[in-house]
Design a protein around this ligand. Sequence first.
Ligand code: GRF
Length: 205
Amino acid sequence: VNIGVLISGGGTNLQALIDSIDKGYINGKIKVVISNRKDAYGLVRARKNLIEALYINRKEFNSDIEFDLKILDELEKRQVELVVLAGYLKVLSKEFVNRYKNRIINIHPSLIPSFCGKGYYGEKVHRAVLDYGVKITGATVHFVDEGADTGPIILQEAVFVDNNDTVDTLREKVLEIEHKLLPMAVKLFCENKLEVIGRKVIIRD
Ligand code: GRF
């Protein structure tokens, strides 16, 4: 399966995918990595692994739609079949989501539907988890629909929140889960084991 990865930052989830493919765990190929941030270290990770890496500057476009259409163009001309959002901080347009219906996978650092949606990204998620005082948190991998972090859930895993946890220690604990769940979800997709029925994702063995 040809994979396109969208990033905005450090790209540790991208790195987990690259490593999983190199180990033969995922039967897929990352054709391109696209970032909306010029300084995203994930672009460096891609280039180090001889993967085409593009920075697309939102400011060169008149609207979010045109920006998305440019990204779609780059993906489609490389026959990308699965889009993975790995720390990508922009919400996709309806056009984009419809073009890749149930073929866009996102990773979110909380147990959706808690601490997700508008404004909940990166450290803000872990800050909210600590402020609320929940006893477990975790990561969620889901298909992307038109909302923010609202699509059908593929995989989730929980981790305990300890009394002395900070945003940093929580982020590390959750990232460890992310780096396991995202490759697992991509693997299942590449093996055609994911079936979406309404809001539910059925994992066929
Ligand atoms: C991670 O918390 C991920 O869950 C979120 O973006 C953050 C950065 O991920 N989607 P990465 O290190 O850039 O992959």
